[in-house]
Design a protein around this ligand. Structure first.
Ligand code: PGA
Length: 251
């Protein structure tokens, strides 16, 4: 049984005080009783400490939005897995489409980060997804297979068990136009087949596959109902407890 996971990706939003308020209202809204879905929030690096403090003692997990692969060194502007695990992170989002497309992170570069994240006791949320042009040219399956193949090359079993995949079509992120449940299901099934073939049935079936891209309270239920959807990665709608909580409750 894969327990659903809902992750709020706050991106580059919120100072410490604003993130504290948001985390507090999410924690209050979820209350003491645990929701059916696990919940994680990914504030910017600068608010990880303050949000970590707010959610301590709750079931909410802390996620970073990215990290470097090295522990330390001359990498100006970067943050290492050691540093974020020191702040209490449970998860790290890797290969988000904004990292791939705005900051030109390649498949190879993203692949380097997975093992160090796991070695530091955290789980990696690996994002994959096609652009609109790739979808229009019927390249979706090919692009995602390439992203997965390179990311998982040489991954040990210990790494696979600490991994979630987030299918995030680039054209659906921040556009208000989510993929339909049917489109999501088609790609999630392809990802599952890939994982089972690459890792074997047991390990391949344990990995959770989340969907992300314009998830909102209005479409969360129909997405959560899709059998192949094991959770949601939420951007814009995770910036307010009023819109994030109904998405968590959709499971
Ligand atoms: P969005 O972002 O929900 O604002 O489309 C999703 C994401 O980038 O993870």
């Amino acid at each position: 049984m894969r327990v659903p996971l809902v992750v709020g990706n706050w991106k580059m939003n919120g100072n410490q005080a604003e993130c504290r308020v948001l985390a507090t209202s999410i924690a209050r809204g979820l209350g003491k009783k645990s929701a059916k879905a696990q919940v994680a929030v990914a504030p910017p690096f600068t608010a990880l400490a303050v949000v970590g403090k707010v959610i301590r003692g709750t079931d909410i997990k802390l996620s970073a939005q990215n990290c470097h692969w090295q522990t330390s060194g001359a990498f100006t502007g970067e943050v290492s897995p050691t540093m974020i695990s020191d702040l209490g992170c449970d998860y790290v989002i890797l290969g988000h489409s904004e990292r791939r497309h705005v900051f030109q992170e390649s498949d190879d570069l993203i692949a380097r980060k997975i093992a160090p994240v796991v070695a530091h006791g955290m789980r990696a949320i690996l994002c994959v997804g096609e652009t609109l042009a790739e979808r229009d040219h019927l390249q979706t399956a090919k692009v995602i297979a390439r992203q997965l193949r390179i990311a998982l090359k040489g991954s040990e079993k210990g790494v696979i068990d600490k991994l979630e995949i987030a299918y995030e079509p680039v054209w659906a992120i921040g556009t208000g136009q989510n993929a339909t449940p049917k489109q999501v299901d088609q790609v999630h099934r392809k990802i599952r087949t890939f994982l089972v073939e690459a890792l074997g049935a047991a390990a391949g079936n344990r990995v959770r596959i989340l969907y992300g891209g314009s998830v909102k309270p209005e479409n969360a239920a129909e997405l959560a109902e899709v059998d192949s959807v094991d959770g949601l990665l939420v951007g814009g709608a995770s910036l307010k407890a009023e819109t994030f909580l109904p998405i968590v409750r959709a499971f």
